[in-house]
Design a protein around this ligand. Structure first.
Ligand SMILES: [Zn+2]
Ligand SMILES: [Zn+2]
Length: 715
């Protein structure tokens, strides 16, 4: 008993002594930490690289001090811990081998040589086994802790394996996709070569009247067209491929992508009469780097809300760039092809100069649920459905459609796919073999009535409340074949994209008025996002461990939040830049800086004719919508007699006030004509004067600047 007790006592002593060792180790000041890093680097890198490293690391050190990144999280907690920790005689001594942390000369490798002598093939022997109070063991364990920490930290060092001697640099220019969600297009270029990553479209604001879509301003591509080696596509979403046909009407380049995005672009080319340009398609294979101009590009499988999505690894003379594309990290995707974490880790281990990563869900904590998590929700809804099931989602989300069809079949339903884009996307996915569904399960919209309600599943577009969509037309009783019934179960498997809340709400109103059962946001996993939440963004940052970071795919608040996440994951604040469209960023392993801005903006497209609408047309429409129009026509004799006038206004005063307004304007015109100077009494000068006087007068009266159209004839 006595013996056992003293044995325990001895063990406890040993633990507390060891604690005080490790505790002191943890409590190193930021300066000591930085010195530690210096000696780490000097030990592991070549002499020449060190010259650059030490320079850069000094800045690094300053940064560490400024940000106080290594400061213990809670001082109180630490203090309490110390108070309750028995003091050992070691505390009165000089810190153990303190000299080693001073590391004044970063070039020295002496100390580390001593270490390497102690470890053979990663194994460290215990020396001085007989020293009093296990001091020898403590020394050896502590050296082991130090060695392990050094190895870990070295592996996280962003300078790790970058070629700091290179003079090569690369420029990154987003022409769209920042300050907005949509319209993604980014140029990566060297002095004599360039690639364009994605050519996406975006949606107009409500005040862009008659504009259906926005495509990026391609002026900069014209400026550098001779060095563009190709267009590189990450995935098949409209905000990444939607503007490709509009680019190809102006400029053509080889276009590289995996099969689904190219299949979708091919079908766009059909619609736009660009079939011949399919000869520019280059179908790539994942995990096989290919040479495009001065770059070597590898497509890496990534999970997202569309199948066959990719991240890109772009090898340049300056270093490796990873562009995540749009991603989430889904470990149980429907096709069982998860994000290729191994390739991402491979590049992270090799050393990555720059990461560009998806910021869409930067504000969302935790992890985005797997696409597979929608399945059980669908199953529960299909189980309780009495009549038809109508499922609406984004037409590009093939796996969502596939899951709905899967449960439709399970509950003995035939499937009607209604909506042009959904029919087209499903057809491409089936033709290319991404999904396998027999033809005999499908029925046409006009056949739906032939089947009992409980044997029908309708899969359709319109989850964003688009007024042209099939769901909207069903809801408003305008669809030729389908009318909503009170027994229908309607599943909206989507979330309103910011800006679409109003139209989604409108379609919900119609559906509910028709008496249908609606399953929308009241089920948590009726829809899951395709974009990474914070924990997935962190995993990406930790796998890639880039030196420089450019958060992309988001408005300012999204990329700013992503920046905070990156700092928490070890990227230095000074190595992160928040870009705007048109910013040109130059990057080399030693620096990242904005060098200039290039022309950027949006071109307005009318979808009905697939043609551009000039800016002035849209501006005119805005002016007309905001302030109305006044048309003043008058015939005036040379003797200044007003022979005939007609004054009309639209969108300015109410019909019942028209007469009064016209009278007042006539008086203004009479006064103006009477007092017009003798010289230059002609139609042109009068029209100018009418424009100016009426503008002032009307503003005084109704605080509006309507479009004024004077038509004066002097006879
Ligand atoms: Zn996107
Ligand atoms: Zn996407």
């Amino acid at each position: 008993m006595e013996n056992k007790h003293s044995q325990e006592q001895q063990n406890n002593d040993q633990v507390s002594k060891f604690k005080s060792f490790t505790d002191r180790f943890k409590k190193k000041t930021p300066e000591e930490q930085a010195n530690d890093m210096l000696s780490d680097i000097s030990a592991h890198d070549s002499q020449s690289a060190n010259e650059h490293l030490s320079q850069d690391t000094k800045t690094h050190q300053k940064d560490i001090r400024r940000e106080n990144r290594y400061k213990p999280k809670s001082h109180t907690a630490e203090k309490n811990y110390n108070e309750h920790t028995p003091k050992t005689h070691y505390d009165n001594q000089k810190p153990f081998e303190k000299r080693r942390w001073q590391g004044k000369n970063p070039q020295t490798t002496h100390q580390n040589k001593v270490h390497s002598d102690e470890s053979k093939n990663g194994i460290r022997e215990v020396k001085d086994i007989n020293e009093k109070d296990n001091l020898g063991l403590h020394k050896d364990l502590k050296r082991g802790v130090e060695a392990n920490t050094r190895i870990q930290r070295q592996s996280l060092n962003p300078h790790n394996k970058l070629n700091l001697n290179t003079k090569a640099s690369v420029r990154i220019t987003p022409l769209g996709g920042l300050g907005e969600i949509g319209g993604n297009i980014t140029i990566i270029e060297t002095p004599d070569s360039a690639i364009v990553i994605d050519v996406g479209m975006s949606f107009p604001n409500e005040d862009m009247h008659g504009v259906d879509i926005l495509v990026p301003d391609f002026s900069y591509l014209f400026a550098i067209k001779d060095k563009i080696a190709g267009v590189v596509i990450t995935h098949a979403h409209e905000d990444h491929i939607g503007a490709v046909p509009y680019l190809f009407k102006l400029l053509q380049f080889p276009i590289y992508g995996t099969p689904l995005p190219l299949g979708m672009i091919g079908s766009k080319f059909d619609e736009h009469g660009l079939k011949k340009y399919r000869s520019f398609f280059k179908i790539v294979e994942k995990r096989k780097p290919i040479k495009i101009g001065a770059f070597e590009v590898e497509w890496i499988n990534i999970t997202h809300s569309v199948i066959d999505a990719s991240a890109l690894a772009i090898r340049t003379d300056a270093g490796v760039i990873i562009h995540t594309g749009d991603f989430k990290i889904d470990h149980t995707p429907i096709d069982n092809l998860p994000t290729d974490l191994h390739r991402l880790a491979h590049y992270g281990e090799e050393g990555v100069m720059l990461l560009l990563s998806d910021s869409t869900n930067s504000h969302r904590s935790g992890t985005t649920p797997s696409e597979a998590s929608v399945g059980p929700t669908f199953e529960a809804l299909f189980k309780q459905a009495q009549g038809r099931v109508i499922m609406s989602t984004f037409s590009s989300n093939i796996h969502r459609v596939y899951q709905a069809i899967h449960y439709g079949l399970k509950y003995n339903r035939k499937v009607a796919v209604i909506g042009r884009s959904m029919e087209k996307n499903l057809e491409i996915a089936r033709e290319l073999g991404y999904i396998d569904l027999p033809q005999n399960i499908f029925i046409e919209a006009h056949e739906v009535e032939k089947y009992p309600d409980e044997e029908v599943l309708i899969v359709t577009t319109g989850s964003q409340g688009e007024t042209m969509s099939a769901l909207y037309r069903m809801a408003t009783d305008e669809h030729r074949h389908i009318k909503i019934k009170p027994s229908d179960m309607i599943i909206i498997s989507a979330k309103a994209i910011p800006g679409n809340e109003g139209s989604v709400s409108a379609v919900l109103n119609y559906l509910m008025k028709a008496g249908a059962n609606i399953a929308y946001q009241d089920f948590s996993e009726i829809h899951v996002s395709g974009h990474a939440a914070q924990e997935e963004q962190k995993l990406m940052l930790r796998l890639i461990k880039p030196k420089f970071f450019l958060p992309v795919h988001g408005e300012y608040n999204h990329i700013a939040k992503h920046k905070q996440t990156a700092i928490a994951c070890g990227v230095l604040e000074k190595n992160i830049y928040l870009m705007e469209d048109g910013d040109q960023i130059e990057v080399n392993p030693n620096y990242l800086k904005k060098v200039r801005s290039v022309k950027n903006g949006k071109t307005f497209i009318d979808n009905q004719i697939n043609r551009q609408i000039e800016n002035d047309v849209v501006l005119d429409r805005q002016a007309l919508a905001h302030d109305g129009i006044v048309i003043i026509s008058a015939r005036i004799s040379k003797e200044r007699k007003i022979l005939e006038t007609k004054i009309s206004s639209y969108g300015l005063v109410a019909d019942k006030e028209d007469k009064g307004f016209e009278k007042e304007m006539n008086e203004t015109l009479e006064f103006l004509v009477k007092n017009f100077k003798t010289e230059g009494f002609n139609a042109k000068n009068l029209e100018n004067e009418v424009h100016n006087v009426f503008k002032r007068h009307i503003f005084k009266k109704v605080k509006k600047y309507p479009t004024i159209v004077p038509m004066i004839y002097v006879l």
